[in-house]
Design a protein around this ligand. Sequence first.
Ligand SMILES: [Zn+2]
Ligand SMILES: [Zn+2]
Length: 351
Amino acid sequence: MKAALMYGPGDIRVEEVDRPACPEGGFVLKVLSIGLCGSDIRNLTTDSRAGDYPHIYGHEIVGTVDEVSPSCSEYAVGERLYVYPVDHCGKCEACRTGHSEMCEDAGDYTNRQGGFADYYAVTATQVSRDSIFRVPDGISLDRASLAEPLSSVYACQDNIDVTLGDVLVVIGAGPIGCFHAKLAKLRGAKRVIMVDINDRRLEQSLRYGVDDIINSTEEDPVEAVMRLTDGVGADKVISANPSTQAQQQAIFMAKRTGIVVFFGGVAKGALTELDTNRIHYWGLWIYGHYGASSIQVQKSFELAISDEFDAESFVTHILPLSKINEGIELTRTGEAIKVVLHPNEDEDVER
Ligand SMILES: [Zn+2]
Ligand SMILES: [Zn+2]
């Protein structure tokens, strides 16, 4: 089969490799649609595996069942499935207290073969857990591939309860920032203010319900948010980018008793200096968001395939897997919002 192998930072080659064997109790998925995620790009362009290459990344996986182990009775060849990359155990303390996003025994998707390949093996453990979803008839596989990146966005807004009348600031107009804007509007937010350093991304974000855009290289984003909110600040501020400076600024954009979310991770080891007196005297809530619980993964899948979310509107580029490097570049420059890749590129199937 063909797969996109990472040989080192930025060194991605589409090559012929062995198709994975069908795991006992599991199945092999023919990957037909897979999103290129911001985290994939970070992993593919940095020494993410400390020299341990080649490796196949890719975790926004949708496809059809191609081969089933005789001991797997749940799935049949041809079924259209979305596989959430993390399977939760359901037994650990985190899972039992409703926080499976912090599962202590979750499937480690970063170390198994990913979905930037024609075929992807789904293990018996995955089959027995909570991570496999049937894509209903009439729903495109490309649409379903957005369920994974949407899951953490959905979970974040669920946890901080973005709601009717909210003023929300999103720092970072990438696909995740655009998801935040769209979802916030669906949840009733009154106003969404988008901050970024890239004009193209800012302009594109206006398609998803963003009311105001601020280029933080051209004006002080804190002053701009305060001006737009009559000196009050925003109810909620989500920093969805890898900048420590954005985190520092975020706490000055929130209103008194507002909520500030550190949604995006920063470079490993990077520290952010925060004015904790501002946090203290303004009664701010600081929340670090990561992942999605089992329930939230389910809900976000339903949202991703719904007409009201219109997932297709975020997909600006669909490319064959062999053009993965082009996809990385399109995403890095801000030309693309969401790139979806099609493995098995010669096959004439509905995606
Ligand atoms: Zn668990
Ligand atoms: Zn992702």
